[in-house]
Ligand binder design. Structure first.
Ligand SMILES: [Zn+2]
Length: 381
């Protein structure tokens, strides 16, 4: 990067990505991005000279097919135009998590395109950091089926282009759910180190992400999972981050850092049970920014996040951290009527009382012991 003080940031976003509904009751409300963008505008962040807002392009069919089977892509495209096809359920389409909606293909291709636009500007050296908050939410999408709100896996599609260019990538997924679709995309590859820190699959979708899922063939040791106990709070979450993620990335020495910044780890998130605050999340962004500065290329995408206030505040704080911009403590006046939102930082939830806290620490420490045993020797840590 050209300078730690004023890195050049490409912020790839399109209003169309907040203007649709998957289904009336769906927990993923695209309007969350509109609130986020308005908050970023109200703070003046978007107008900073080192933040550019390139208009994103859509992903091409060929790019989507680099990560997905042809018959799956064909089915998404056909049902998106209203065609009734037999057997869409075998592709995970038409479920409550992944309902079929008109325009699904084009909107998803644009969403993937925001990730590609951010990624290309970093790859070409025109930006030090690319941030595409609409991306990342597709991290459960598999090669031939939709899953967990994910249709086309934008992270895999963008990283495929980097892999083809001979680059080595560290993918860090801090979403509350296991990044199973991205892990599956590179399970036999040593060119992409995938690290997912998440609530254990014992309690949360998709049920995978055990430490023992360490990759196969050339990828043995390059798939890293850090499952944590429900109700893990900032200190214990960061202890796991510091113990595993920082040393692994420093040892792997990737050409690119690619991060998925889901904020469904928030203590008010309605779908999950990890208990991070917005400031705990932002501390992770500060650590990733330091790593990104050392590596020189950082692409960041969004992810899950189902509490609208947490999403708007956290990703605004993330962009401010990337830009080295000091946000005020209070959110701008126009937002104070929005869900009682007054400050960027949260009042942390009460510390868990023993023995509950002890159980959390015991569970997480077992996870870290297993990672140390199964993964660290491969990297001579
Ligand atoms: Zn999630």
């Amino acid at each position: 990067m050209t300078g730690q003080d004023h890195p050049r940031i490409a912020f790839a976003y399109a209003d169309e990505l907040s203007e649709y509904q998957l289904s009336p009751q769906h927990p993923l409300q695209p309007i969350r991005l509109k609130h986020m963008h308005e908050l970023m505008q109200a703070t003046g962040l978007i107008d900073l000279p080192n933040i550019s807002s390139p208009h994103p392009r859509s992903a091409t069919r060929g790019e989507i097919e680099s990560a997905h089977d042809l018959d799956y892509v064909f089915n998404v495209s056909a049902v998106s135009d209203g065609s009734l096809l037999p057997d869409t359920s075998k592709f995970g389409l038409g479920t409550s998590d992944n309902p079929i909606w008109t325009g699904m293909y084009d909107t998803t291709a644009l969403c993937v395109g925001t990730t590609l636009t951010a990624s290309e500007l970093v790859m070409s050296g025109k930006a030090d950091i690319g941030f595409a908050p609409a991306g990342g939410v597709h991290h459960h999408a598999m090669r031939r089926y939709a899953s967990g709100f994910g249709i086309f896996n934008d992270a895999v599609i963008a990283m495929n282009a980097m892999v083809n260019a001979g680059l080595r990538i560290a993918y860090v997924d801090i979403d509350c759910h296991h990044g199973d679709g991205v892990q599956a995309g590179y399970y036999d590859s040593d060119q992409v180190l995938t690290i997912s820190i998440h609530e254990s699959g014992q309690w949360l979708f998709p049920g995978t992400g055990r430490v023992q899922e360490i990759g196969e063939y050339d990828g043995l040791g390059y798939s890293v999972n850090i499952p944590l106990a429900p109700y893990t709070q900032d200190p214990e979450w960061h202890a796991a981050f510091d113990e595993v993620i920082t040393p692994l990335i420093k040892t792997f020495k990737p050409d690119v850092l690619f991060t998925q910044l889901g904020i469904d780890t928030h203590f008010q998130d309605p779908l999950t049970h990890i208990s991070l605050t917005t400031q705990g999340f932002n501390l992770a962004i500060k650590k990733l920014a330091k790593l990104g500065f050392e590596i020189g290329k950082w692409v960041a995408v969004g992810g899950g996040g189902y509490d609208l206030s947490a999403v708007a505040r956290s990703w605004t704080m993330a962009l401010a951290t990337m830009a080295n911009f000091n946000l005020p403590k209070e959110v701008p006046a126009a937002f104070k009527s929005f869900k009682g939102l007054t400050k960027f930082a949260d009042q942390p939830p009460a510390r868990n009382e023993s023995p509950y806290l002890a159980e959390i620490q015991q569970f997480n420490s077992k996870t870290l012991d297993e990672v140390r045993t199964l993964i660290f020797p491969k990297f001579r840590i």
